[in-house]
Design a protein around this ligand. Structure first.
Ligand code: LMR
Length: 402
């Protein structure tokens, strides 16, 4: 028989985040907890379908009158709503036609379309990502053909930002390169720049020719929908050209619907048209045109004043529950006799905290307690609830003690 053409292909290593979910799903321990992937779960451990999403789906089911293709760049009402959410409805950048938005397959799809677009026009550029960053950033930009470099970000001693080191490195980045930033709720550390630090960064970038690319996947999970857009709006007001990858996976709990967007801020309306035409070429050669359902749901909610208000409340509930779990987690660890100070977890933002748990500890937690954590020590606080918190803290206490 002929040898299969694929016979010599070696197995790839499991994905550092989604591979954990695969292992978790195969684990038969009834006490298992998945603190790996960034998915919000409610107090009962369910990944909720938001009430506003259910209502929008009901309305859309009645309203939808065709299954024909969407435009290459997606649902127009969705793209417009995304811009309003990013920049504020009355933002100058929108009125001036300086922003172009295309629908994308989640935040990852937005990053990839952005990366492919940049590679086409800036083939020599290198991409600078924070140390550490989301595990998929490097892989994604390398897959698009870039060399990925890192700039300092997290200080393991203070469990905070090493802003001086970050700025010193950014000042040295050659013009023409790409700088990837997390606009809010840094993944994996939960450590963000303060407003004053964002101002300082923008001042430095304004004197250089670097292309900023803001990854913005957690709008609403730190302080609020409007508040979390601070950095994006500051960049827009500064007159810089930049890209934003945004996502509704988390704040609409629409993970599997893959609803994201790539927005590019240009110099003027005429430039925007040219840029859009090129981004559409990138999409056409990737997925041709996007799927409809999730974007229609988001557009419906955001364009209906009542539903929008209700959604803002739903996001607030998720956010407040995560803050509550941060406090409880720190408290319970103390209660269980853990000597190490985990107080910094209350100062980190969004879904994740960088726990400082070493890879050997993470491995033991998985082997002995079916507690799944990314090997970097990143913990998804949004997967904790009052039912599993004792088990989680007990397991950590036992492993740290022995
Ligand atoms: C995460 O970081 O866990 C999420 O963004 C899910 C993913 O795609 O990795």
């Amino acid at each position: 028989m002929q040898l299969s053409p694929f016979a010599k292909i070696e197995a790839a290593p499991p994905d550092p985040i989604l591979g954990l979910t695969e292992a978790f799903n195969a684990d038969s321990n009834p006490n298992k907890v998945n603190l790996g992937v960034g998915v919000y779960q409610d107090e009962t451990g369910r990944v909720p379908v938001l009430a506003t999403v259910r209502e929008a789906e009901r309305r859309w089911l009645e309203k939808e009158d065709s299954k024909s293709y969407l435009p290459i760049d997606g649902v127009p009402a969705y793209n417009k709503a995304v811009q309003g959410l990013l920049f504020g409805t009355n933002a100058q950048v929108i009125a001036q036609g300086r922003a172009v938005t295309v629908q994308a397959l989640g935040g990852t799809g937005a990053l990839r379309v952005g990366a492919d677009f940049l590679k086409r026009f800036f083939p020599q550029a290198k991409v600078w990502i924070s140390n550490p960053s989301w595990e998929n950033h490097r892989a994604l930009f390398e897959a698009a053909g870039f060399i990925a470099m890192t700039y300092p970000y997290y200080d393991p001693v203070t469990h905070g930002l090493d802003f001086d080191a970050m700025m010193n490195a950014i000042r040295e980045i050659p013009d023409g390169d790409i700088l990837l930033l997390h606009a809010s709720c840094h993944n994996p550390t939960g450590v963000d720049l303060s407003e004053a630090q964002w101002h300082e960064l923008v001042a430095v970038l304004s004197a250089k020719q670097i292309i900023p690319f803001l990854d913005f996947a957690y709008q609403g999970f730190y302080r609020g929908i409007e508040e979390d857009a601070f950095a994006v709006r500051l960049f827009a007001q500064s007159g810089l050209g930049f890209l934003v990858a945004s996502s509704f996976s988390k704040n609409f709990s629409l993970y599997r619907e893959r609803v994201g967007a790539l927005t590019i801020v240009t110099g003027d309306a005429e430039e925007s048209k040219r840029v859009l035409s090129q981004v559409k070429r990138v999409i056409r050669t990737n997925w041709s045109n996007p799927s409809s359902h999730g974007a229609q749901v988001v557009a419906l909610v955001l364009n209906d004043p009542e539903l929008r208000q209700q959604w803002i409340q739903e996001v607030a509930q998720m956010r407040e529950r995560i803050w509550k779990m941060r406090r409880l987690f720190v408290e319970k660890l103390r209660e269980k006799g853990v000597g190490r100070d985990f107080g910094f977890i209350e100062r980190q933002n969004g879904m994740f905290s960088f726990s400082g748990l070493e890879p050997e500890v993470v491995d033991r937690l998985r082997a002995e307690f079916s507690l799944y954590i990314v090997r970097s020590g990143r913990i998804c606080i949004a997967a904790m609830n009052e039912r599993n918190i004792d088990y989680i803290c007990q397991a950590i206490a036992k492993v740290l003690r022995s």
